[in-house]
Design a protein around this ligand. Sequence first.
Ligand SMILES: *[C@@H]1O[C@H](CO)[C@@H](O)[C@H](O)[C@H]1NC(C)=O
Ligand SMILES: *[C@@H]1O[C@H](CO)[C@@H](O)[C@H](O)[C@H]1NC(C)=O
Ligand SMILES: *[C@@H]1O[C@H](CO)[C@@H](O)[C@H](O)[C@H]1NC(C)=O
Length: 360
Amino acid sequence: MTVAGGFYLGTIPSRCILLVATYLLLAGWVAKADKRHFAGEAIDAELLCEGQLAEHAACQCRQVEGDISCINAQFVDTNIFVDIAKNYKSLQSVTFHGNNFQDLPQDPLFGRGTHDFLLRLNISANYIVNLNPNALRGMPNLQILDMSNNEIVLKPSDVEFLSHTPALTQLYLRRAFTSTVNRTIQFNQMLEMFQKAKLNNLQVLDLSYNYLQSVPYGLACPFPSLHTLDLRQNFLKSFDVNVTCIKNLHTINLNRNSFHTIPTSFQKMADSLAPQTFLMRNPLYCDCESHEYIAWIRSTNALRDRNSLVCSRASPKNYEGVRAMEVQVEKLTCNERFIKSCHQMNLPLFVFFLIVSFIF
Ligand SMILES: *[C@@H]1O[C@H](CO)[C@@H](O)[C@H](O)[C@H]1NC(C)=O
Ligand SMILES: *[C@@H]1O[C@H](CO)[C@@H](O)[C@H](O)[C@H]1NC(C)=O
Ligand SMILES: *[C@@H]1O[C@H](CO)[C@@H](O)[C@H](O)[C@H]1NC(C)=O
């Protein structure tokens, strides 16, 4: 009995403790959640926007900092920027990423008047096609412009587009241009726009992911302060530019282009620049003819990432994936032929892929 009573007496308090503990735990959790909820509301109130933006949950506005951000908010009409200018007098940073503007306006984006404090404009991922030469008027101190992920078609009349923002230090044009217009012509127009703009303070230029097969010879010449040129993920097989104009650069990113070898002319140019300037991870071919460029990779100071350069194709095949720093050069042969797959692909297979690509 005492044992049984002891058992029952023992279980009741322990059950109580369990219950009370559970209650306390739950209560604590609810209170915490509540606090979090209120904290969330407090932040939200701080971020409430004025004017038309107030209706959009995707917009956050920090009044004090003059910081406005509308991400994936489905805006299509650039008049929204005029509305913003009316409600915010000291704009510093404006981000409209992932909307659908298509055309920048013929008049200044923020309407008449000058926005002296505006330092950052981010209009990336907006399907922007047409720029219009006056769109960037009225923001004379703009430092950072991001127009990446658009569908820009440059027209001769757009060459003045960047001429109103002389203080620009960073310009992002990653995957910015349409693929439907002849790129050679587009990029020559881009260079003309750069030349007109006189961006003497530009330090960072991002032209990555643009399907470039070559870069204009004078690409860097309009930018005396440039230190970083990002050409990642293009189709470059060479990098033939005016060396005088890249003397001051400390980073030239050529990762993921189409270099299968590193031409002697490139080696000479790279060695004449500041050490560690180049990032150069490319699909290198290593065979009996590669001794010279592999020797260069091993001796040069020009490549920042030379330890990560690998033979993407090799003869013999067992050297594929081996680092250029380690491959046994004397064992490389020319027995394997590095077939350019597109030309050699047989017709039925090609038709099959064509059909598949139409379906998806
Ligand atoms: C522009 O906005 C997008 C989305 O928020 C962001 O990923 C990107 O880094 C921004 N660009 C710059 C230069 O800050
Ligand atoms: C693009 O234009 C250039 C210069 O006019 C011309 O040489 C080239 O053949 C054109 N490329 C294509 C694919 O039409
Ligand atoms: C290279 O650029 C320099 C400086 O802008 C210029 O003086 C020179 O004429 C250019 N060289 C060529 C071959 O265009």
